[in-house]
Write a protein that binds this ligand. Sequence first.
Ligand SMILES: Nc1nc2c(ncn2[C@@H]2O[C@H](COP(=O)(O)OP(=O)(O)OP(=O)(O)O)[C@@H](O)[C@H]2O)c(=O)[nH]1
Ligand SMILES: [Mg+2]
Ligand SMILES: [Zn+2]
Length: 332
Amino acid sequence: MVPDGLEPARVTAVNRTNCEIETESGPAIAELTGRLRFEAESSMEFPSVGDWVSVNQMDNFALITEVLERSSVLRRRRPGTDSDFQLLAANVDVALILQGCDLPVNVRRLERFAAMATDGNVRPQVVFSKADLLDVPARDAAVIATAHLGTPLFVSSLQENGTAHLMEGLESSKTYVLLGPSGAGKTTLLNRLLGAEEYATGAVRSGDSKGRHTTTRRHLVVLPGGALLIDTPGVRELGMTDMSGGIENVFESISALAEQCRFRDCSHEGEAGCAVQEAVDEGRIEAKLLDAFHKLEREAAHFERSVAERRQKDKATGKLYKSIIQGKKDRR
Ligand SMILES: Nc1nc2c(ncn2[C@@H]2O[C@H](COP(=O)(O)OP(=O)(O)OP(=O)(O)O)[C@@H](O)[C@H]2O)c(=O)[nH]1
Ligand SMILES: [Mg+2]
Ligand SMILES: [Zn+2]
């Protein structure tokens, strides 16, 4: 709830010394109150892109007094720490996880992005970008390799109807975030959805198709249809390395083994004739990795359960944001 005398606003970008926010009366630059700045116990308490905050508006200046409760977060472990997190974005509904078709499908990376999203109550959606570079058999192979992560979308920002399918699925006043390595085509897609070359994109290196880290900050943009999209810099280090040590393709190999379990609905938690458990017992799969697999599944289940709850909240937040955007349009 926003206290009396204050108004709600949404953080669209975070700079070193201030935040950019969208208020009912349009965009503004805002600073944190001293209390917020000095009493924070962890960096997670500071506003991040996508956060709803309550602000005290003055003439051409605003003060953020409070970060409102988050419905979801995208966060990663700070490299080298166990419990310190870096918040990438807040109040995100769907993470669009991009994999460029100019590079081999990196299932492991997609899984890590998906786990990061699920972990924060964000729905992961795999998106194969640069689909113009893919023939049909390669497309089928990509679908099969990532089937455990849901049905992927294919987009091309260069083809005539290359983004139509994705665009149709974007819901007004829902918040989406673009994730993926540098060069995957995140900003190109954003420009395409905006219908304008508004943000800088960069060609990938000719040798290995790696990106050049063109986008350097996260920012939230309102799309013509009313959906909200956060562009991010290519993530170098995911900070989900607690599962390191040969997780490569582990989810795939568990899925493959699961087909040999006696029961089709085997949960691999001690059932008779479980091929996955057998592989763990024989040391072919590390127990730690099976745990990680179970954790991801539990998170997915938890996510399903909380969707209904979140719908209620989303409705309220959506209305609020709509009124802000609408208010802005009316004044134009
Ligand atoms: N063939 C093809 N190339 C694309 C497509 N989308 C983007 N590209 C190219 O991919 C390169 C990288 O695109 P960007 O949008 O800058 O990538 P990014 O993910 O924003 O990269 P960072 O900002 O560095 O994280 C550019 O040369 C784009 O022209 C596409 O749909 N098809
Ligand atoms: Mg970019
Ligand atoms: Zn089993």
